[in-house]
Design a protein around this ligand. Structure first.
Ligand code: NAD
Ligand code: UDP
Length: 311
């Protein structure tokens, strides 16, 4: 049994991670300021004596004795991270400093939830970890992209300078139950619109692509990465390489919900990446053959069932 701290534990990914790590017999501290997360995601865990919920903002220091830290706190949807861009970059950068300082002090292993956004609007396709990316430093996505890039730098520097045991994962678009219905990301938007019979909002021509990973596959990869050999620091891509256009995603959602919703086209937001697909050879090699097992249709069915309960 390990003591594990999960920042952002009341969010979409964090809530799945809390549940899985508790089920495996660990003690979990879930730390969250509820900006985009919700108690509802973890309320069923509150009776577990090995689960502790703490309201805390990681831009301020926090202290606890733990063996491992998963640093997930940060809004992930463009709508939410652009709401208060200064706060977003503070969460990534000051949050990383605070959590790395804690890891250093208590000698804990720490994993950073980085993102495919570090590749920006990529000129290399699919994206391998050695690609440095194509990111606008002063656009509307920069608070998130550059914040996450700076957090990666801090992780590496704390490792080199202070021997902190770090792990960095780059997560590609992930979806599943416990996403906030008003999260604003494409999968939750399309499903909620289809279930409510509203127009489905396609930004741009809908030919931009994303590769969608079901949350259980991500959680499996995160835990394997945290417990991988000490010399392997990452960054490592965790995503599902099956790539879809937003039009294909909308059609799949309409088919699976049986909805009569129509597609409407809206302006493409500034700096919206045109394509994104992970190269996962490194994860396969270093994480005991890890690969996603749940493909889009079956993942969407589970997610649609979840959102039906939220109507
Ligand atoms: P989410 O918005 O559902 O969860 C983020 C959680 O962090 C929320 O519970 C929120 O309340 C909390 N939080 C935000 N700022 C905080 C702060 N200052 N202090 C404490 N808590 C704070 O998003 P998610 O999809 O679960 O993402 C989790 C992590 O994974 C994020 O770091 C995100 O950048 C990363 N990630 C996610 C995806 C994805 O597709 N889901 C892709 C790439 C990276
Ligand atoms: N998108 C869309 N309609 C929506 C929300 C998003 O067409 O209602 C598009 C968005 O422009 C982007 C893609 O879907 O090209 C993925 O957007 P999301 O916000 O989920 O994540 P991103 O990968 O852009 O961070």
């Amino acid at each position: 049994m390990k003591k594990i701290l999960i920042t952002g534990g009341a969010g979409f990914v964090g809530s799945h991670l809390c549940e899985r790590l508790l089920n495996e017999g660990n003690e979990v501290i879930c730390l969250d300021n509820y900006f985009t997360g919700s108690k509802e995601n973890i309320v069923h865990l509150l009776d577990n004596p090995y689960f502790e919920l703490v309201r805390h903002d990681i831009t301020h220091p926090y202290f606890a004795e733990v063996d491992q830290i998963y640093n997930l706190a940060c809004p992930a949807s463009p709508v939410h991270y652009q709401y208060n861009p200064i706060k977003t970059i503070k969460t990534s950068v000051l949050g990383a400093v605070n959590m790395l300082g804690l890891a250093k002090r208590i000698n804990a292993r720490i994993l950073q939830a980085s993102t495919s956004e570090v590749y920006g609007d990529p000129k290399v396709h699919p994206q391998k970890e050695e690609y440095w990316g194509h990111v606008n430093p002063i656009g509307i996505r920069s608070c998130y992209d550059e914040g996450k890039r700076c957090a990666e730098t801090l992780f590496m520097d704390y490792h080199i300078q202070n021997q902190v045991a770090i792990k960095i994962i780059r997560i590609f678009n992930t979806y599943g139950p416990n996403m906030n219905p008003s999260d604003g990301r494409v999968v939750s938007n399309f499903i909620m619109q289809a279930l409510r019979g509203e127009d489905i909002t396609i930004f741009g021509d809908g030919l931009q692509t994303r590769s969608f990973q079901y949350v259980d596959d991500l959680v499996e990869g995160m835990i394997r990465m945290m417990n991988s050999e000490p010399e392997f620091l990452g960054p490592v891509n965790l995503g599902n390489p099956n790539e879809f256009t937003m039009l294909e995603l909308a059609q799949a959602v309409i088919k699976l919900t049986g909805s009569k919703s129509k597609l409407i086209f809206m302006p493409l937001p500034q700096d919206d990446p045109k394509q994104r697909q992970p190269d996962i050879s490194l994860a396969k090699e270093k994480l005991n053959g890890w690969q996603p097992n749940i493909q889009l249709e079956s993942g969407l069915i589970k997610t649609i069932d979840y959102f039906k309960t939220k109507l």
